[in-house]
Ligand binder design. Structure first.
Ligand code: 5FX
Length: 539
């Protein structure tokens, strides 16, 4: 970043309102982290009686969180920062991240309450009465299957809805939650002046004004035309009357919401010209935090579930896999996200059964077996799979002729689980238009060199590794810097320009062209077998 003497003092705050807590990361103009703080909802705000930040209801499907807890957490976090003498006065801009899909229902009068915030009284006291719903539905909620089917029917089917909004109907997506509340609690729907996402609600607290929803988090609602980057009238009309007004505008992710409210200046020492930038969802912010700004930049997070997300230039939405969101860092681009349920725990089960519970043995078996496993293919479905939607669990193994077999020898089993996972990510990534240019592997399994080698060979690109703890909060801080830079320049500055000083990630594996060819040749057979399993699973 080019900076004058004053600018060199400027700092950028990223907040992350996740399911379990609220975090803050402050970076300087060279992207160095200068401060971190966190509030843990269960531990630090026990009066809200959450478990993992949420309330699971007796029906087993409804999951909510109290928005007043998120409100109280902001005061607590900033009090802690102030007690630590964090340099809040030098924060030039703040942006943030919220768990995706969750909604905050604000009644008539909430806007006035936000505008009138009084630094002499805590937020929770001043805002206790603004919520039309005291329990906000969050992303873990699975109670809206009926609304999902209704929406898909009304929009011409799952693929048509995906074409329009970037995803088929998902229970957790906000539009379906809105449709349920509108039907079950019409008086609360009527009483609601603004429906915010968790992200835009947190931005509203800081700005003391209703903050718009950004296009990237707005893509997780089944309500936005993902290409036009505006609400879809057809989806809105189906979901509830007057919804465009209740949702407010949907804006590019680098939009300035306004200056921080004087509440934060007087109480915590923020500068009066500190800007609030639009907040976004946690996955979009992680994309920013992992610096995946160019089409083809991908991250694969190898955790309990394996998640792939990356930047693409075209939207190729699919009803059977993944999500297409508007990009949080490129107003003309998109991001795709694919989640595979059977990740680390599935690898671990195979390790325990076949490699004496030892990762070193697991790695040796990978080293000693050939790429492509002699044509053997396995599907290890310990839990119902999300991508592809395979509800039948079990272990399904096929020999080189596509014949179902009961077992593989241990080393072939080890190779089959790893290859199967990455072939699936490649296949489903390609189905939503992903053309990888480079991969950043994160999460526990990215420390295993042999696993990373399979990733490089399956995708045919260089794999870098690097941990980026708190990537959503960090991404929000980077976006604060980006939005602030654009505001000062009076034009869109490419996100890559503000990341120019970021240290590179470590290159961990280069693809072997011969091995990559083997996988490319194997992929059609893998796709056929997967189709077979899917149709058997539906039968
Ligand atoms: C994404 O679609 C999800 O539902 C989750 O990753 C939430 O964003 C977690 F906060």
């Amino acid at each position: 970043m080019k900076s004058g003497p004053q600018e060199s003092e400027a700092l950028f705050l990223g907040l992350d309102a996740s399911t379990q807590g609220l975090k803050a990361v402050i970076v300087d103009g060279e992207l160095r982290i200068v401060y971190k703080q966190a509030v843990h909802f269960d531990r630090d705000l026990p009066e809200f009686k959450t478990e993992g930040g949420a309330h699971r209801h007796a029906d087993g499907k409804t999951v909510t969180s109290p928005p007043l807890m998120w409100t109280a957490a902001l005061d607590l976090l900033l009090e802690r920062a102030q007690a630590d003498k964090a340099p809040l006065g030098r924060v030039a801009a703040v942006s943030g991240s919220g768990q995706q899909h969750g909604s905050v229902w604000l009644r008539a009068g909430a806007r006035e309450a936000l505008r009138r915030l009084d630094p002499a009284r805590p937020l929770r006291e001043q805002l206790a009465a603004v919520f039309a719903l005291e329990a906000s539905p969050i992303w873990m909620d699975a109670s809206t299957t009926e609304q999902c089917r209704d929406l898909e029917d009304a929009m011409g089917g799952a693929q048509a809805l995906a074409e329009l909004t970037g995803s088929r109907a998902y229970e957790r997506f906000t539009g379906n939650q809105i449709a349920k509340i509108r039907r079950n609690e019409p008086e609360k729907y009527a009483d609601t002046e603004r429906i915010a996402l968790v992200s835009s609600f947190m931005a509203s607290l800081l700005a003391g004004e209703y903050a718009p929803i950004d296009v990237s988090d707005g893509s997780g609602m089944n309500l936005m035309d993902v290409r036009a980057r505006d609400w879809s009238d057809a989806a809105l009309d189906h979901t509830g009357p007057g919804l465009r007004e209740k949702l407010g505008a949907v804006v590019p992710s680098h939009t300035v919401v306004g200056p921080v409210h004087r509440y934060y200046c007087e109480k915590f020492g923020f500068g009066r010209d500190c800007l609030v930038l639009a907040f976004s969802g946690d996955n979009p912010n992680s994309l920013a935090g992992l610096r995946l700004q160019k089409p083809g930049d991908i991250a694969i997070s190898l955790g309990t579930s394996d998640t792939l997300f990356g930047s693409v230039s075209e939207a190729v939405p699919s009803a059977s896999e993944g999500h297409v969101f508007a990009s949080p860092v490129d107003p003309a681009g998109y991001m795709v996200m694919i989640v595979r349920q059977n990740g680390s725990l599935t690898r671990e089960r195979v390790r325990d059964r076949c490699a004496g519970e030892d990762w070193a043995v697991f790695s040796r078996m990978l080293r000693e077996t050939p790429a492509g496993n002699g044509g053997r293919i396995g599907f290890y479905v310990d839990e119902p799979e999300i991508t592809p939607p395979l509800h039948r669990t079990g272990l399904f193994r096929f020999d080189e002729n596509g014949r179902s077999v009961d077992s593989f020898r241990p080393a072939a089993e080890v190779r089959a689980v790893v290859e199967g996972q990455f072939l699936a990510l490649r296949l489903h990534g390609e189905n939503v238009g992903l053309k990888p240019a480079g991969i950043l592997a994160t999460g526990g399994a990215s420390r295993n060199e042999e696993i990373v080698r399979v990733v490089a060979d399956v995708f045919g690109v260089t794999v870098c590794v690097g941990e980026q703890p708190d990537s959503a909060a960090l991404g929000a801080a980077y976006r604060a810097l980006h939005g602030w830079t654009c505001a000062r320049a009076g034009r869109l500055v490419p996100f890559s320009d503000v990341l120019a000083d970021a240290p590179p990630f470590r290159r961990a594996a280069e693809p072997d062209p011969a091995a990559h060819r083997v996988y490319s040749d194997l992929l059609p057979a893998y796709a056929d077998l997967e189709r077979r399993l899917l149709s058997d699973s539906l039968a």
